[in-house]
Design a binder for this molecule. Structure first.
Ligand code: GDP
Length: 304
């Protein structure tokens, strides 16, 4: 089963799917446009969440970092006058240190991720979308800032005038990503932020046209008229889309074959230009995630 993922909504869904199929049968293409260097180390927030999910150590309350991690190094750096501007746990930092060492030795992000995954006992395939550096930048009333600055440091408060992905012209998807899409009959876009998590993957050269040849099912991250968490609403509006499941379907456009919307939306499938399934997508418990996963697998079996 192949997923396109950010670091919260889709991992929540995969947490349920893991109860239904073995990890060996799961491949995840992960957004890397939120990656950033902090204190000399490369942090890949979305890749890390997937690695921690598959190795059983994810903090699944916050959906970032390692459960019960400590912050001794972060606190010591603060005392030394170094404000990292994001909380980095000690165990989490070990991942970043090894990744950065591997990259400094000349390994690609894909190779570094594979090594990390194998040392963590991860049996699923976690594929960075690209080996090239990319950065989601947010145009705000106080200038162009990195997504991490917008969301983690400024808590999403600035006015958003637009979103751009720096580095896109010189970036390509990895061969592993393209092969994974080619060799999979279906692709699931989980309920991740369309603009900052899935948008960057879809923007990579050749990805959209390849997806058009596959059965693509997406789950809406909007429940009712707002996202469950994060800045997707503000970002969708800034791109000219309504903050609704319809807005998300329009954002994805012609790659979609089936769209899963939440029963709380109160919408009728006739309001969409594509086949729609109405389900409980609000994953407040593992049971809901498993049930949503079961429904998705059932729809794929029926359609592919
Ligand atoms: P990020 O990388 O941390 O921004 O995480 P993602 O992009 O993977 O996920 C963020 C999106 O997940 C937000 O737009 C949320 O609305 C959505 N989301 C989080 N939890 C749920 C849920 O339980 N159900 C649905 N439908 N969407 C969710």
């Amino acid at each position: 089963m192949l997923f396109l993922s950010g670091g919260t909504g889709t991992p929540k869904l995969i947490q349920g799917v893991r109860k239904l199929i073995p990890d060996e049968d799961i491949t995840v293409i992960v957004n890397t446009a939120e990656d950033t260097w902090v204190s000399g180390n490369l942090i890949c927030p979305d890749i890390d969440t997937l690695l921690y999910l598959f190795s059983g150590i994810i903090d699944d309350e916050r959906w970032w970092g390692v459960k019960n991690d400590t912050y001794h190094t972060h606190d010591a750096l603060m005392r030394l006058g170094c404000d990292e501007r994001m909380m980095i746990g000690d165990i989490d930092r070990a991942t970043h240190v090894l990744r950065s060492n591997l990259i400094r030795e000349g390994k690609s992000l894909t190779e570094a991720t594979e090594i990390l995954a194998s040392r963590m006992g991860v049996r699923a395939r976690v594929l960075p979308m690209s080996n090239d550096p990319l950065a989601t930048m947010i145009a705000t009333d106080s200038g162009l800032i990195h997504f991490q600055e917008f969301w983690v440091v400024r808590h999403g408060t600035p006015r958003v005038d637009g979103v751009l992905i720096k580095g896109l012209d010189d970036a390509s998807p990895t061969a592993e990503v393209m092969d994974a899409i080619r060799s999979s009959d279906s692709v699931v876009i989980g309920p991740s932020n369309p603009v900052t998590s899935i948008g960057p993957i879809l923007s990579l050269r050749g990805v959209r046209s390849l997806l058009r040849e596959r059965f693509v099912l997406a789950v809406s991250p909007i429940v009712g008229c707002e996202p469950v968490s994060g800045p997707a609403g503000k970002l969708l509006s800034s791109e000219g889309y309504s903050v609704s499941s319809r807005g998300v379907a329009e954002y994805y456009g012609d790659i979609l074959d089936l769209f899963v919307v939440d029963l709380r939306d109160g919408v009728s499938p006739d309001e969409f230009d594509l086949p729609v399934v109405v389900a409980d997508t609000l994953m407040t418990s593992l049971e809901v995630s498993v049930e949503l996963g079961r429904r998705i697998i059932c729809e794929i079996d029926r359609n592919v």
